[in-house]
Design a protein around this ligand. Sequence first.
Ligand code: ADP
Length: 266
Amino acid sequence: MSPIDPTDDALAPPAPADDRPLLEVSGLTKTFGTNRVLDGVDFEVRRGEVVALIGPSGSGKTTVLRSLNGLETPEAGTVAFADGPRVDFAAPVSKADRIALRDRSAMVFQHHNLFPHRTVLQNVTEGPVHAHGVPKAEAVARAEALLDRVGLSEKRDAYPFELSGGQQQRVGIVRALALQPALLLFDEPTSALDSELVGEVLLVLKELAEEGWTMVIVTHELAFAREVADEVLFFDNGIVLERGAPKELFSRPQHERTRRFIDRIL
Ligand code: ADP
């Protein structure tokens, strides 16, 4: 089998099928016990767009991401991808819907969650080969090209413990890309890293944005959100209190709570 050309389409985000928003979320509501953590969250994500979710700890950002990926089940609201699935959480969620949701997006967690006893290459090819049935040789060629893209070719046979935290997180990102999802979800991808390693991971995210990947990112890196995001949603107590283009939202927040949050962090 011939090696995959690193400029091959397999490494690019999936091509747009039409110009409807890739994702429409409406009325998302989730309660843990008596704690209403999402209270009617609505937003859209267009193809190729980067949406940043910001706001205080506990405001519901991670729960939104987990709901998009089928890891959490809200009691009301809909999550609709342009080419399916469309899941209405007010009705019972079928296993097929949950699997379809999981397959539309790939999540990169705060901690990379790599398998410790598998090499970098094995970590990256595991999902495509075992979950998606991609032939091994093809998965390996694609993994190698992706590792090359993030400057980690020479680490393909290393184990996670032999890598720095930033390298581990870059492998986590490559693992998500290898699944060729329509949507990438990032849950505070740099918050577990030492400050000197944050930049290398943010640079990869910025490059993915420039290449046209569609991404939803929960982040406390407000300078990064201001530079890279197309839209910023400010969460407060389970609602989107304020939203807008980063230039507007960061320089002219409409709500006092948004302003205080931004002033404290930026
Ligand atoms: P954020 O990402 O903005 O920090 P989260 O979505 O992680 O917020 O959490 C929102 C609220 O939901 C918090 O009060 C958190 O304690 C609560 N929460 C999250 N997951 C669970 C769970 N599995 N069980 C109970 N409470 C939870």
